[in-house]
Design a protein around this ligand. Structure first.
Ligand code: DUC
Ligand code: ZN
Ligand code: ZN
Length: 487
């Protein structure tokens, strides 16, 4: 029996911490050695001149998910996971989304039925909790957290999804005691609906008014409030898809105070602006997502946030709705900005865009790139060290990047089931040539190499915090609002 099934030879390995020349030895789907001249294996991959990086972890993507207005995403678990893999991502964490009245257990079962036979890379699920009934809070959610669904998203906006502050406190408090992560979509619903009504009543209906109605202040206020509620509940919280400098500042300030607040941003806030929503005719609909892209100054602030400690996670928020009557125009051919399906695709271009404009333009080093796109999301969501790094014992989820591969982004080169990309015509430099998942070559020679359904579900462990050595809940830090017995 040979020592390795596969050796990746002669590349430059980069992790979140280090960059070094090494061969990578793989056996039974895991990395078993890193070293010089590991010898021969049945399968050899020449990585000379290439960067050998951990496969990406996209911790925010909507795949085969119905929106609150009952629009199904264009990607199912096959096209969504294939598209992810072609862009260097080897783990996705989409959502099992509860709509009001639904049982969370049923929603999770449905997500498994959708993913199991189709995903080509590994996956976990976040939950979306929109209906925190007694049954959900008392039984379903604690049970699901114990079963490995250790993160969930809540919404402060969208009429069909939003929870109020009291419900948010219930959920944060539960997350704290059960060892889960709460993710929040932070926008003030009343601000958005008040602005929307005024705009519509004056005849301002075009896509560009989506960005006007989702004012920065709505995001800033809700982000600050969410941080305050998490502080009150002494719970960790991750604010997703941050687009706005004031929200970013609030996260950084909270972190600098030692609070367990995390931040995520996405490509649309680095590469698109509100100006894109003002393109000819209804073209702006292609760029309608929430929160919306802002202005150039906001882009710069979000870039800074990737290096100044604000953001730990860079996700796609892939929410693919086609530019036709199945997606963006489900409500009709000429909808007001309120009725356009919200979301932009990006699961495949997430990493190439950040690689090109982050590393290529000198804004990020390679290690920070790996941290943001793979290691940090794996750590925060309980997938590390199995996922998100190149280390002995980790799954052999590896993307071998050609740093000189220049490509012009176009819907024709992407593998999702979309009919447009918001980044059409943009040139990027750097793209993975070969992508491995658990030692299996998933992508090589610009072709998919694996069968549908070969991805695996990843169960996670709850992480109970602040435990004393005796396993007792510790006293809260002095200065916190109230004692552990109330939580
Ligand atoms: N906003 C969300 O909150 N989710 C999906 C897409 C979007 O634009
Ligand atoms: Zn959201
Ligand atoms: Zn989202």
């Amino acid at each position: 029996m040979s020592t390795y099934d596969l050796i990746i030879r002669g590349g430059t390995v980069a992790t979140a911490g280090d960059t070094f020349e090494a061969d990578v030895g793989i056996k039974d789907g895991r990395i078993t050695a890193l070293g010089r001249d590991l010898g021969e294996a049945e399968q050899m991959i020449d990585a000379k001149g290439m960067l050998v990086l951990p496969g990406g972890v996209d911790a925010h993507c909507h795949i085969e998910q119905e929106s609150s207005t009952k629009i199904m995403t264009a990607d199912d678990f096959y096209s969504g996971s294939v598209s992810a893999a072609f862009g260097g991502t080897t783990t996705i964490v989409p959502f099992a989304a509860q709509h009001k009245g639904q049982s969370l257990r049923a929603v999770v079962q449905e997500a498994h039925e959708r993913a199991g036979a189709k995903a080509v890379i590994d996956y976990a699920f976040h939950l979306i909790v929109s209906d925190p009934t007694e049954q959900v809070l008392g039984q379903e959610l604690p049970g699901l957290i114990k079963d490995g669904y250790t993160s969930f998203k809540v919404y402060m906006t969208y009429d069909a999804l939003k929870i109020d502050d009291r419900q948010m406190l219930d959920i944060l408090s539960l997350a704290r005691t059960e060892g889960a992560m709460t993710m929040v979509h932070a926008e003030n619903n009343d601000v958005i609906s008040w602005l929307s009504e005024r705009l519509l009543s004056r005849g301002y209906t075009e896509p560009k008014y989506h960005a006007v109605s989702h004012a920065p202040i709505a995001e800033r206020e809700a982000s600050r409030r969410a941080i305050d509620l998490a502080t009150l509940a002494d719970a960790q919280l991750l604010i997703v898809h941050v687009s706005e400098p004031g929200a970013a500042k609030a996260i950084l300030e909270a972190r600098n105070q030692g609070l367990e607040i995390y931040g995520e941003t996405c490509p649309q806030y680095l590469f698109l602006t509100a100006g894109d929503l003002d393109r000819d005719g209804m073209e702006g609909a292609k760029f309608c997502c929430s929160p919306p892209p802002r202005d150039k100054q906001a882009q710069e602030a979000i870039w800074r946030g990737l290096t100044n400690g604000t953001f730990q996670v860079f996700s796609s928020d892939h929410a693919p709705y086609r530019y036709d009557s199945s997606g963006k125009f489900k409500a009709g051919p000429n909808p007001t900005f309120k009725k356009i399906a919200n979301g932009v695709p990006g699961v495949e271009v997430r990493m190439p865009l950040l690689f090109s404009e982050g590393i290529g333009a000198g804004r990020l080093d390679i290690n920070r790139f790996v941290a943001l796109t793979a290691t940090n999301p794996a750590k925060i969501y309980g997938l590390y060290p199995r996922k998100g790094t190149i280390a002995v014992g980790a799954d052999a989820d590896i993307a071998i990047w050609d740093p000189d591969w220049e490509r012009t982004l176009s819907i024709d080169i992407l593998h999702d089931n979309m009919d447009y990309t918001p980044y059409e015509g943009r040139t990027v430099k750097g793209w993975p040539r070969t992508v491995l998942s658990r030692g299996r070559v998933v992508v090589a020679d610009e072709e998919l190499q694996v069968e549908r359904g070969s991805g695996e579900f990843l169960e996670r462990q709850p992480e109970i915090r602040r435990l004393t050595p005796q396993g007792q809940q510790a006293e809260l830090d002095p200065g916190r609002t109230f004692g552990a017995d109330l939580m």
